[in-house]
Ligand binder design. Sequence first.
Ligand code: SF4
Length: 99
Amino acid sequence: MQQEAGVGGEALEVWIDQDLCTGDGICVQYAPEVFELDIDGLAYVKGADDELLQSAGASTPVPLPLLTDVVDSARECPGECIHVRRASDGVEVYGPDVT
Ligand code: SF4
């Protein structure tokens, strides 16, 4: 089983608010293992088997080796719609909702 990223040892997961996605594909350039553009032109996260999770707002675990790429995606996302949160309680740790 692949080790998942965490803050203070906690597992993290990432989701995208497709309502705000501009479809520029920056996240896919940073972390193609996690993000993919669907035929609707919007970005979605991918599941453990590399399948696209096409339901809006679906989340997927952040693999530890990809944490930096995922966080950079959230920082650079022009739609400010990539959210990284703790799996245990849903508190956002990287993304537009972090103050
Ligand atoms: S970087 Fe943000 S706005 Fe751009 S495709 Fe990815 S989720 Fe959408």
